[in-house]
Design a protein around this ligand. Sequence first.
Ligand code: ADP
Length: 785
Amino acid sequence: MIEGARTKLLLVDDRPENLLALEAILEPLEAELVRASSGEEALRRLLTEEYAAILLDVQMPGLDGFQTAELIKRRERTKHVPILFLTAISKDAEHIFRGYTAGAVDYLLKPFDPLILRAKVAVFIDLWQKTVEIRRRDAILAEQERAAVERESEVRYRSLADAVPQIVWTTDADGKTLFYNERWYEYTGLRSGAVDGAVEIVHPADRERMMARWAAANADGSPFEIEYRFRRHDGSYRWHLARAVAQRDEGGAVTGWVGTAIDIEDRKLSEERQAFLAEAGWVLGSSLDYEQTLTDVARLAVPRVADWCAVDIFVDGKLERLALEHADPLKLALSRELEQPMLSAVAVATRTTEPVLVKEIDERALAAFRFDDAQLEIARALAPLSYVTVPLIARGEIFGSVTLVTAESGRVYGDEDSALAVELARHAAAAIDNARLYAESERRSRAARALEAVGDGVVLVDRGGVIRLWNAAATTITGVPEEEALGREIEEVVHRWREIAPLIPVASKPGEPVRAETVPVELGGRELWISGSGVGFEEGTVYAFRDLTEEKALEELKADFVATVSHELRTPLAAIYGSAQTIRRTDIELDPEIHDQLLGVIASESDRLGTIVNDLLVAGRLDADQLPISVERCDPGALATSVVDAARTHLPESVELGLEVPDRIPNVVADPGQLHQVLVNLVDNAIKYSPQGGPVALSIANGDGAIRFTVSDHGLGIPASEHRRIFEKFYRLDPDMTRGIGGTGLGLYISRELVRRMDGKIWVESRLGEGSTFVVELPAAADAG
Ligand code: ADP
């Protein structure tokens, strides 16, 4: 900077002629001579320029030479500039002394010897030029030193950059890469020193995101940060966390970037594992269809934590493949060829409850699968790297297994992956267990509901004889509520259980056929006919039974009916047969009177037969609800009269039959034919069950909108306990006819059914031995007839 510039001398004098003289003297020195006509001007010039020396006049108006020199000496930048005082007036010592204290390097008196002056000034010029030269050298030296230091720090920086485990790079302000550390070349396998190709090795899926981030950072110099994958020399991708910060100059402008990238693959993997486990747990917990959820989980595992995922389940002791996943359908199809040997190997692996981890699947590991040649070829083509198999265990039972395999991802399983598989299997096994427990409890609750719904009584008696189950039908049949039966000994609940139990057949195990037996049981004061059988099992005995009381009664009824009807039919038939045989005899001559009597017997017994058959027919049609009924208004008096008249034709002598009909009686609403039959039944019974004879009366009364027909007798009477039952079908008080009075037990049943169908009521008032009164009540017609 100083080089090339001419040396300057400052000449200060208020007199132009003096300056001129000085210039003339100094001219040969080839310095640049700068004039100043006052002390002030001299100071001003010194502010901007550097001078080799100052020639200063002492005597000047304003600032004199000494004052000017003092000021020059006080200024840091100028204090070393040599000053030569020029004076004409004072030669005494005081002046000279003042001149020196003011910082003069010399003191020259006017008029001066030009040679001496020139020589003296030449010394200063020389001195100055040397100084300048030294300064220049210093500057060069300093520059060289700085460069050396810079060089050294760059080297240090690079070796530092090479030493750190991260990848380090720098770029210029435009993002063009200037430098990569060794780690980069090691990782990428790129040619050492190459600074391009960075974008190509970023995973295609991450590229766009990275470019966008980089553009955003570049736009305002904000820090760049991203997680992305880039390709390793072996072709696999690993996750990295990259960060870059802008470097700026003093003015704050971005001059470049320094970036680092750190391998976060392990962290990513463990994050991924956690995320996968969380999601798998969610999927497994979302449904009870465990086969579906396990298939979903296998799908979830690929490719997040595995390249292959297989789920195998034991079905009837044999391992079966439930799910197999791989991203590539072609490989999936190929791998099916390996299923059987793989299942056998997995089944072996599953025998231990520990995970089986094979970090490196080499030829020896493949050999363990016992593939045939074709299979081995497929296995090699699929190129599995490592695998881990873990059993699915819940409550000590091994359900199956989960197998994770790596291949194309280049991942190699380690202990952490094994732990992941164990965790996954734990979730999966719990899901299977839950689903199975749920299904079981569903089955049980269904069974329990069915048990409540069945019509058969079902009772479980434990080995100690205590009732443990008592279903709804058991309650209905026995009348004993569940809460009274449960927990109590069956002997307390079922009267005479000890005698009954041996009568009930019990199968020794479920499925063994047994025939139910019908036994009489006394329960809650009732006698029941129960048909039951039992099955023994580990908890005790289950009894199933049904109530046959009604069936039993019906059976008895049928037996009674057969007995009654056959008797009832046989009696008139015998009479008819006997009479007819007698009439046909040719060996004896019949008296015409006897002949007539026999014909009378035939007629009346035929009539009786007809009545019986008719009653049976009517009862059958009533049961089948096939008896038509046509209700009309009819005269009760006329009806009653015809009934009584008919009865009188065959009235025993001992019986008096009376009829009481009020004068004005409303019409009755009824089917006349059927009402007639009811009244005939009642009157016939009254006569029949008065074997000692006596009065029998049919009377009619009216009141409360109803017509009442009353048939009374003074005959055998009916005990109160039987008042209801005599209206039942086939029911007779004296079925064995100890009193010799026949009947089918149908008359009152038919009467009750007919009256009921005509919206009327029938009942009896009677005491044993005191005669009976039967009442039939039917609606009266609205107006008096
Ligand atoms: P049956 O053909 O036996 O007469 P019913 O149905 O007419 O059948 O009567 C049923 C039973 O009611 C009779 O067997 C008899 O025991 C009893 N019974 C009916 N009417 C009388 C009566 N008036 N007096 C006493 N017992 C009667």
